[in-house]
Design a protein around this ligand. Structure first.
Ligand code: SF4
Length: 413
């Protein structure tokens, strides 16, 4: 019974939202390598405090006979002070710490278990997630960003923001992915499971600790563009955003979520309150439906126009733009006439938009080619000439399989 409850917690929403036939075959698998963690946790079977918001923590404290304000103390310690052991939460009396520990409670924040360092300074982490089904997920720290999501209107001459002002953290929302983009190594894993809100938010605070990031002083861009499709794990993804904003104090305006075009997810996202809504990026990658359906099978379910119609529902903040991500595949999507077609497509949308170009990063077993630098530059120039801001995302951490589309928990890097 307890296993089934956890299975629903980890898999439930994804299964329901993955009704399209493109997604079903992989979503329905339960990974063979999942490891069950034994423990004497609390009665509801979830001994992890990390991932619960202040209100839920208060309810937990009340359930064990403690005043509800203990929940606020716990939230402050876990998310603001980033304490990882119950015994180190100084606002809790020793006796209470010991009692909670004896009853099986733990903070349970995900931990970095392996680090891969690139010669360009990028770090890729395998992050171990606690819980009944323990496993690792990938997170990437780019100390100088990748020129993709730093343009948020903040003043680069602001002295107080010098430290980490360009850093970008790429966060995963699922282990593996069901969307099956043909150019992406993560797709090779299939979907193994959804991450919980705590596992998504935990990647951020764990890396912040390693990089000594101080929230409020340092400004780091978060991009939800790691492993997985965030909008196929919508509830947990947005719960993680709320934890990061409300409990940890991060700004949603320094967060960007990228979707392959999951229309029901975009429609839900459009009505999120602005104080908890990250910026939106659409992974476009092709100039028309024919090519997009070949390289992104999800396009057969939700073609470009349907996606654009859903994006129009998002009420943008002043100066906010929709980002269109475009992976350039040599000889497939990088031709001059295709650049002109993309420019026309984006102008037709009427959306305030910019384009992030990504020269395809090689992955073993994927038969595409990295485009020539001249083709990339020509593509960008065509977009710019059409009045569309276009940026080339620098390939970060290619040598450690950390670049865009390369996240497959590769350990031989
Ligand atoms: S590009 Fe993103 S959505 Fe597509 S398979 Fe890879 S991780 Fe999934």
């Amino acid at each position: 019974m307890r296993i089934e409850r956890h299975r629903r917690r980890f898999f439930g929403k994804s299964r329901e939202s993955a009704k399209c036939s493109i997604l079903n075959p992989v979503v329905s698998k339960i990974p063979r390598k999942l490891v069950r963690i034994e423990g004497n946790g609390p009665d509801d079977g979830n001994p992890l405090l990390f991932g619960l918001d202040a209100e839920s923590l208060a309810a937990r404290m009340a359930a064990v006979g403690e005043p509800a304000w203990r929940g606020r103390q716990l939230a402050e310690a876990i998310y603001r002070q980033r304490v990882v052991e119950l015994s180190e939460i100084t606002t809790l009396p020793k006796a209470l710490q010991q009692r909670l520990t004896a009853e099986g409670w733990q903070v349970g924040r995900p931990k970095i278990v392996q680090v891969f360092q690139s010669k360009d300074g990028t770090e890729r982490y395998l992050v171990h997630c606690e819980g009944e089904y323990a496993l690792t997920v990938e997170t990437v720290w780019m100390p100088e960003g990748d020129d993709g999501e730093s343009g948020d209107g903040t003043d680069p001459s602001d002295e107080s923001a010098k430290r980490h002002q360009q850093a970008t953290l790429c966060v995963s929302s699922q282990v593996g992915c069901a969307v099956n983009c043909q150019f992406c190594l993560t797709a090779k894993l299939g979907l193994q499971r959804n991450l919980t809100a705590g596992e998504i938010a935990g990647q951020v605070l764990t890396v912040f600790d390693r990089q000594c990031v101080e929230v409020g002083r340092d400004r780091v861009n978060l991009v939800f563009m790691g492993m997985g499709e965030p909008f196929l794990n919508y509830d947990n993804f947005m719960a993680a955003v709320r934890l990061l904003v409300r409990e940890a104090g991060l700004s949603p305006q320094r967060m960007t979520v990228s979707t392959s075009g999951i229309v029901p997810g975009i429609e839900r996202f459009a009505v999120e309150p602005p104080e908890f809504r990250p910026k939106l990026a659409i992974s476009l990658n092709a100039p028309n439906d024919q090519i997009r359906s070949e390289i992104m099978p999800i396009n057969r379910k939700w073609p470009i126009q349907t996606v654009v119609d859903a994006v129009r529902l998002v009420k943008l903040r002043p100066r906010e733009r929709i980002t269109f991500e475009y992976v350039l595949l040599g000889g497939v999507t990088d031709r001059p006439e295709q650049a002109a077609e993309v420019a026309r497509l984006i102008r037709r949308t009427g959306l305030p938009a910019k384009v992030n170009l990504i020269a395809w990063n090689p992955g073993s077993g994927i038969a595409y080619a990295t485009p020539q630098p001249e083709a990339v530059e020509a593509f960008r120039s065509t977009l710019m000439a059409a009045g569309i801001p276009a940026y080339l995302r620098k390939p970060r951490g290619r040598d450690i399989y950390a670049a865009c589309g390369q996240l497959k928990r590769t350990v031989e890097g």
